[in-house]
Design a protein around this ligand. Structure first.
Ligand SMILES: Nc1nc2c(ncn2[C@@H]2O[C@H](COP(=O)(O)OP(=O)(O)O)[C@@H](O)[C@H]2O)c(=O)[nH]1
Ligand SMILES: [Mg+2]
Length: 268
């Protein structure tokens, strides 16, 4: 983690140091240069290489608005289209965006892992995960990037606005229960444990092994990250619920989250 923190804290700073270096074509030239003491100035990287990962499954027609909005922000994006069959795939293919399409549906968590792997292989410094259904305000993305200079993980928290008038009652109850339970498990206040709007440094995703492949991914991820000692920051985001129906299967996905709890309680 140290090297990565250095990379962030070193932003906008110029490093000045004395060094000797090897260069030149002939052996004599090279030897002379090796003996020479030179002053070198290396300017640190001007920006943080960020990848926006968008898990996507059957999001027609709201994906149209999302794509046009995200393109305006000028970040590098990667859609993980997880076997959509409602026209989403065709929109993504026509939109001149980066995407990985799974032949069949593997789950949100599985798709996030595919995106993380892509980010690691392609040397990104951090990733932001955001939903494709316009329920996360995309204009907050620069704030996540900014805050990642100070935290390993940044979570978009809806806690400040959360009440039963703004959120479906079942989601409100499950969010409050989940956040309270995880806060107790981790001995840390976690205001919105289910939020999928998150930013994280690449080190975090390199070092965490997450088994969950579905909507239980976020729960396992935050518990393991906190237990490993990563620093988590929060950004208050508004609650947005549009007419789009959730893909969460209440019974099946709740059981999966309970399984994550049990695993943490009995295996750590
Ligand atoms: N890759 C992938 N993405 C999914 C899957 N299910 C949902 N998503 C995406 O994950 C995000 C959140 O899903 P959604 O059903 O809106 O969950 P909710 O907002 O928590 O009710 C959206 O961008 C979905 O398109 C899935 O099986 N695979
Ligand atoms: Mg949603």
């Amino acid at each position: 983690m140290g090297a990565f923190n250095n990379l962030f804290s070193g932003l906008n700073k110029a490093l000045k140091f004395q060094t000797s270096f090897r260069a030149g074509s002939s052996a004599g030239e090279s030897a002379a240069l090796t003996r020479q003491r030179s002053e070198v100035q290396v300017l640190s990287r001007p920006f943080i290489k960020t990848l926006i990962i968008i898990p996507t499954y059957n999001e027609f027609p709201q994906i149209l608005e999302f794509i046009s909005a995200i393109k305006k922000l000028n970040y590098e994006c990667l859609f993980i289209d997880d076997g959509s069959y409602d026209g989403t795939t065709e929109i993504i293919k026509k939109s001149n965006v980066n995407y990985i399409r799974n032949e069949r549906n593997f789950g949100k968590g599985y798709s996030l892992k595919i995106g993380f792997n892509y980010a690691i292989v392609n040397n990104y410094d951090c990733v932001i995960t955001i939903d494709a259904d316009n329920q996360h305000p995309i204009e907050f993305i620069p704030l996540f990037v900014e805050k990642l200079k100070f935290f390993d993980i940044v979570i978009g928290s809806r806690k400040k606005q959360m009440n039963i008038r703004k959120m479906p009652i079942d989601r409100y109850i499950s969010n409050r229960f989940n956040s309270a339970f995880i806060s107790i498990l981790c001995l840390k206040n976690i205001p919105d444990a289910q939020s999928g709007y998150r930013g994280m440094k690449i080190d975090v995703i390199k070092n965490l092994k997450i088994n969950s492949n579905g909507f239980d991914f976020e729960t396992e991820f935050i518990i393991k990250a906190i237990k490993k000692g990563y620093k988590v920051g929060y950004i208050d985001i508004p609650i947005i619920y549009n007419s789009k129906k959730s893909h969460i299967k209440k019974f099946k996905d709740t059981l999966k989250v309970l399984k994550v709890y049990l695993n943490v309680i009995f295996h750590s």
